[in-house]
Write a protein that binds this ligand. Structure first.
Ligand SMILES: [Zn+2]
Length: 272
């Protein structure tokens, strides 16, 4: 079943998690319902793509109102396709919410078990990974483009949670809207790095389509990495939404040739 359910033109919720875990807010924004112009039209959530800062803040305020999660309780990052993951506490909330300068530098993943913090990251094709270990109130999100994926940011989140005393079989993961295998063509350099982490799988997440051209299923690759890290297959669900195919809903870096806005993935516990 598709984990992402459209709630409004501006966002999709991970409905099954939100109904199972009271107080949880988790989902992804679309490109609709904001004030940004031209190729960033209209709900651009990224500060780093040349948009007017006021427009980005207006867009963020709109989403904050829709989610009923105050903007000054959000955290955001300067993402670098690396695997640095930070544990967030309440005193840090607000960083990266209304400006890029205050965001967490060189960070591609967040987790917390505290309430009243919305963990957010930006995307336009890369894979959003959402994590929850309900028995421990632990939640997290990670940004996995091809670099983050082959550097195994998904496994890194699991390893960090294991250090917190959580077993992999207590962890559930949702793999969110991102570029599909038909839309994502890479060369041999990327495939070599993918090969390095897939010694023993029967079905490969890529196909040769031309000389030195492969279609790569980043979502499937992330799933394989999570399985290898010990997360049971039944705990992982994967979206069918492609950011490039679904052009009327999502921004896509590839499709829009680099000139595009950013969607936001988010997860947080509401404060009571
Ligand atoms: Zn596609």
């Amino acid at each position: 079943m598709e984990p992402f359910v459209k709630k409004n033109q501006s966002y999709f919720s991970i409905e099954s998690w939100m109904s199972q875990f009271p107080g949880l807010i988790a989902g992804m924004t679309t490109k609709l319902g904001g004030v940004s112009k031209a190729e960033l039209a209209s709900l651009n959530m990224g500060f780093h793509v040349g948009d007017d800062m006021e427009a980005v803040c207006t867009n963020r305020e709109r989403v904050s109102t829709l989610l009923q999660f105050p903007l000054n309780h959000w955290v955001g990052a300067e993402q670098t396709h690396d695997t640095v993951i930070r544990k967030i506490s309440k005193h840090e909330r607000g960083r990266g919410a209304s400006s890029y300068e205050t965001s967490f530098k060189g960070t591609d993943g967040f987790y917390t078990s505290e309430t009243g913090i919305l963990l957010t990251l930006c995307y336009a094709d890369c894979v959003p990974l959402y994590f929850i270990a309900p028995e421990n109130n632990m939640i997290g999100v990670a940004h996995a483009g091809w670099k983050g994926t082959v550097s195994q940011i998904g496994r890194k989140m699991i390893d960090l949670w294991v250090e917190e005393g959580i077993r992999p079989d207590q962890i559930f993961v949702v793999i969110g809207p991102s570029i599909c295998e038909k839309c994502y063509i890479v060369d041999n350099l990327v495939i070599k790095l993918v090969e390095n982490i897939l010694e023993d799988v029967d079905v490969k997440p890529y196909n040769l389509i031309n000389e030195n051209q492969y279609s790569l299923d980043l979502r499937m690759l992330n799933r394989l990495i999570l399985l290898k890290a010990g997360v049971p297959d039944k705990n992982i669900s994967v979206t069918n939404f492609c950011t490039s195919c679904h052009h009327d809903v999502f921004f896509s870096h590839r499709r829009d040739q680099g000139k595009t806005g950013r969607m936001l993935s988010y997860i947080g516990w509401k404060e009571y």
